[in-house]
Design a binder for this molecule. Structure first.
Ligand SMILES: Cc1cc2nc3c(=O)[nH]c(=O)nc-3n(C[C@H](O)[C@H](O)[C@H](O)COP(=O)(O)OP(=O)(O)OC[C@H]3O[C@@H](n4cnc5c(N)ncnc54)[C@H](O)[C@@H]3O)c2cc1C
Length: 163
């Protein structure tokens, strides 16, 4: 994506190692305040006609315009992990088991030959709907957590990790 952007726009138009701190708008355009992500040092501001923020769910720019907004919990807890495993069926299989009402498991490969022995890195994700938890908690998201029993998935290498 970086190479495509540089090819289309020119190298001097694509800044990396920059974190947006906020934007200031006036009648002629926008000033984007920046710092270096790697060191935290202030970087030269960028001046432009239009700024489009696509900085994710914890958007700095959105918080500037809507400081009182809070992320809302939709009632679904997710657990995700990866497992090294021989290719399942043809090695390009996406498995979806259950539904959000019953509990859902989604399993698919994300890396081929992860260990030089032909095993794939298999991504798996379990989703469980819960009720009775608050949809908003300010900045304290810990209250959205539920206890979760360990999930066992066939693993040829004995190596499973979760997060
Ligand atoms: C484990 C996992 C699995 C998922 N699986 C799927 C899936 O299978 N299908 C699906 O449709 N969706 C999936 N999603 C959701 C999907 O990844 C998100 O909805 C999507 O990435 C959101 O895109 P975005 O561009 O809004 O934000 P992001 O992808 O979060 O991009 C925001 C970018 O802005 C950067 N950034 C943040 N703050 C600043 C700042 N101040 N200055 C400069 N840069 C900043 C971040 O580093 C990041 O690169 C998954 C998400 C997760 C976590």
């Amino acid at each position: 994506m970086y190479n495509a952007a540089v090819a289309a726009l020119g190298r001097d138009r694509v800044l990396v190692d920059r974190q947006c701190l906020g934007v200031e708008q006036d009648d002629d355009g926008v000033t984007v305040r920046l710092r270096k992500t790697s060191t935290g040092a202030t970087a030269a501001a960028a001046r432009t006609e239009v700024a489009i923020a696509c900085d994710g769910v914890n958007s700095t720019v959105r918080r500037q315009f809507y400081p009182d907004e809070r992320i809302a919990f939709a009632g679904i807890n997710t657990r995700r992990g990866v497992t090294r495993h021989p290719p399942i069926l043809g090695g390009r299989t996406y498995m979806r088991i259950g539904s959000i009402r019953t509990g859902k498991l989604v399993v698919y490969p994300i890396v081929d030959d992860v260990d030089g022995k032909g095993n794939q890195l298999i991504n798996w994700m379990a989703e469980i709907q819960v009720t009775g938890l608050p949809s908003t908690t300010g900045t304290n998201r810990a209250s959205w957590r539920i206890s979760f029993r360990s999930i066992g998935i066939g693993d040829s290498t004995g190596s499973t990790s979760t997060r």
